[in-house]
Write a protein that binds this ligand. Structure first.
Ligand SMILES: [Fe+2]
Ligand SMILES: [Fe+2]
Length: 183
């Protein structure tokens, strides 16, 4: 089973648990989502299915399947809500970050460290995330997984609270928010 599939079945992007945490984050940031927004929350990461990596060339394209599905189910205006949930995808393709991005990032707030690390370990994602965090200088490899998770949670919660609140007031500048975007 490819790592993207493992992530959806029992990993970080587990297809039931991850959308629940994104839903809670959406409510926190913006209030209750509409049913169409709930569909987007549900399917936004389904494109990881069959992907051989999470943040590599193939994994970075993961928003495309959910965006296509959402546009079929909810209407074309929901296409970019899903594409824009990924900062890397938005940057590479010259797209705007969408409000789903900040709910997606804030979702880590609702993930207990033990459950997140258990899933990341089981799926094998943890290795890729720690490697990327080390290369970017975010957290060194010699630090514990729990310390890495704590730093990641602090960063994402802070960023999403600030950027999510700004949403609607002005355009979000993706170049200022480039750090680890692996959830
Ligand atoms: Fe994603
Ligand atoms: Fe997500």
């Amino acid at each position: 089973m490819k790592i993207g599939t493992r992530s959806l079945v029992f990993g970080v992007h587990q297809f039931i648990w991850h959308p629940i945490t994104v839903y809670l984050a959406w409510v926190n940031l913006y209030g209750k989502p509409t049913w169409k927004e709930i569909v987007c929350i549900l399917v936004h990461d389904w494109g990881y299915f069959g992907k051989p990596n999470m943040d590599g060339e193939e994994g970075l394209k993961h928003p495309e399947l959910g965006a296509w599905l959402a546009s079929k189910i909810c209407g074309p205006e929901y296409h970019d809500l899903i594409l824009g949930h990924s900062r890397f995808y938005s940057k590479i393709n010259g797209k705007e970050i969408s409000k789903l991005c900040w709910a997606d990032k804030l979702s880590i707030k609702y993930d207990p460290w033990w459950l997140y690390l258990l899933r990341a370990n089981l799926s094998g994602e943890l290795e890729e995330y720690r490697e990327n965090a080390s290369i970017s200088g975010f957290v060194k490899r010699e630090e514990s997984h729990r310390f890495w998770f704590k730093k990641l949670k602090e960063l994402l919660v802070e960023q999403s609270k600030i950027e999510g609140k700004k949403y609607g007031d002005k355009l979000i500048d993706s170049s200022k928010t480039e750090l680890n975007c692996s959830i």
